[in-house]
Write a protein that binds this ligand. Sequence first.
Ligand SMILES: *Cc1c(COP(=O)(O)O)cnc(C)c1O
Length: 345
Amino acid sequence: MSTATLTIDLGAITANWTALSALGRAEAGAVVKADAYGLGAARVGRALAKAGARTFFVAVAEEGVALREALGPGPVIYILSGHMAGDADMLSDMSLAPILNSLDQMIRHLESLPGHEFGLQLDTGMNRLGMEPSEWAAVRDIAVAQEPQLIISHLAAADVRDDDMNRRQLELFRQMTAGLECPLSIANTGGIMLDKAFHFDVTRPGIGLYGGMPYADARPAVALDIPVIQCRDVEVGEVVGYNSGWTAQRPSRIATLNAGYADGIFRAIGGKSAVWADDVRCPIVGRVSMDLIGIDITDAAADPKTVSLLGRHQGIDELADCAGTIAYEILTALGARYTRRYLGG
Ligand SMILES: *Cc1c(COP(=O)(O)O)cnc(C)c1O
């Protein structure tokens, strides 16, 4: 096999969902937007539905159509970007519930699909999506009379426990929804970890399902193993890769791996990160190329056949740190060339 193997542990994902649901009284939904953060929304969605998830969130209606095809009738599928022009047929044919973000979306929805399920999003300070307090005050009675299935808001800094923004958003969400009977939801993974006060009726974990921070107890959901194409010896002073990115300081053995930045392995990790040959750390040397990566295997017992970039030695958050980014970006960048292997589910 010449391509790298991405192993996706559906058992870990469902265990993370079950554990996050058990943290509070709320029903745990599941955020499977962006193809379940790159891990495959159909497989992940089916595994979660089997584990008991009844409420799913995706970003756009097209993702909702694909998810409905995978899940069949039953689970509620919310569309976070709301009801966009041209979406009405998809929403109605596939029973998708848009989360309406503005008065414009509300009018579009009520005109084109009267009586069709929907949710509402309120902006409590992130200024990304949702109705602002003044707009909400004007339409609240009309909107509530149409019986939304869920009212949500989104936290801008839930990953930072002591950021005052969390408390302010919670307070405003409470004010904006005071006296309403409708189910409420504000917590993403970070929000679930903050405090039960953020749980309300439905939670919306995403990254925690896939093994990422700030859910510190998450079971890792991905492993990435990359084949070695070729090994060679280099003398002191020889260089490796584009633009002589690395120079041997000792007689070294270099292996070339069959993956690169076209597979979502960011160029920024060159010289900063490592892979593992069994338990031996092998630093990435020189620049990450489009399809190839050089590593220093001098300390390995023998020439490895494959090495691990993501697995028990290095998780998505550690790799993200090396790349100067977040685990969300590591996952959603995972490339199309991998052989994908699913465990459990
Ligand atoms: C992506 C997203 C989530 C999930 O967030 P995580 O931090 O991955 O748990 C929840 N709610 C909304 C509105 C989102 O856009």
